[in-house]
Design a protein around this ligand. Structure first.
Ligand code: HPA
Length: 274
């Protein structure tokens, strides 16, 4: 068996008896959403550290576990904390959790993150529905022998973000009176923030928001045929757009402030998916 796939299978085998439900939605919680489980009917939790060889995040505020439960009656597996490529893990480990959640039965991958706003019409604390991405600055998680059990060698990426899910999220945002921008998310490796010239380049390329996650997970999930959607919380305007230097603390604070509305948008969208 392909070694990357074997690792996913081993992780699954080691926890499958502790999974209390078949999740419909796999929800990845970005910065600020760490307390999302408070709004769930939680049935079980599994610390990443209890799963042999599972990549464990080293970022403050990202320590992790899977949380299983119901969001308005919808069975969900939630990732509290994700690993990032900049932590030094191979890219196959960065997407291992997404593959594992598909193996648990999840059909929908709901990605969230915090980002820097590149589009000048965005402001700190606003939300952006991810309608497409730019992946070419991050390593492609499908490089290496294809995992035939999961998907094809050359997967189409023309509609990574599922049009029906996006429509549901738009409608939900409107009903909840939550302003929602739309745009293209670009993933860079980090961990350094971008330079002003890089931001100018990314804007020219068509990106509206920049971050250090999400796209590689979306590629791996699309390879497996999952339905994908994503919302980014614009935590700050990107480098060079204001006079302020960027800090992780500022990103966390802005994400925390936006969290109540973000939680509501996620919860109501998940309820509307079924
Ligand atoms: N750049 C990259 N990643 C980020 C940013 C940013 O400005 N803000 C939050 N995550």
């Amino acid at each position: 068996m392909n070694q990357v796939y074997e690792k996913v299978v081993k992780c699954y085998e080691s926890i499958k008896d502790r999974i209390p439900l078949t999740p419909k939605v796999a929800l990845v919680l970005g910065s600020g959403l760490g307390n999302y489980a408070d709004t769930m009917d939680v049935k079980a939790e599994i610390d990443y550290s209890e799963i042999k060889d599972f990549p464990v995040s080293t970022v403050p505020g990202h320590a992790g576990k899977f949380i299983f439960g119901y969001v308005k009656g919808v069975p969900v597996v939630c990732m509290k904390g994700r690993v990032h490529y900049y932590e030094g893990y191979p890219i196959s480990d960065v997407v291992l959790p997404a593959r594992l959640m598909k193996m648990m039965g999840a059909e929908i991958l709901f990605l969230t993150n915090a980002s820097g706003g590149i589009n000048p019409s965005f402001s700190a604390g606003s939300f952006m529905l991810i309608k497409d991405h730019i992946s070419c600055f991050a390593p492609n998680p499908l490089v290496g022998a294809n995992i035939d059990e999961l998907g094809v060698r050359f997967p189409d990426m023309s509609k990574v973000y599922n049009p029906e899910l996006l429509e549901i999220i738009r409608k939900t945002a409107k009903e909840c009176d939550i302003p929602l921008h739309e745009g293209v998310y670009v993933q860079l490796t980090g961990p350094s923030f971008e330079s002003p010239s890089e931001i100018k380049m990314l804007r020219t390329l068509g990106a509206d928001a920049v971050g250090m996650s999400t796209v590689v997970e979306a590629i791996a999930a699309n390879h497996m045929g999952m339905k994908i959607c994503g919302i980014s919380c614009v935590a700050n305007l990107a480098a060079g757009m204001t006079d302020n230097p960027l800090t992780h603390e500022e990103v966390q604070e802005a994400s925390n402030n936006a969290a109540p509305l973000f939680r509501k948008l996620i919860t109501e969208s998940i309820a509307a998916f079924v």
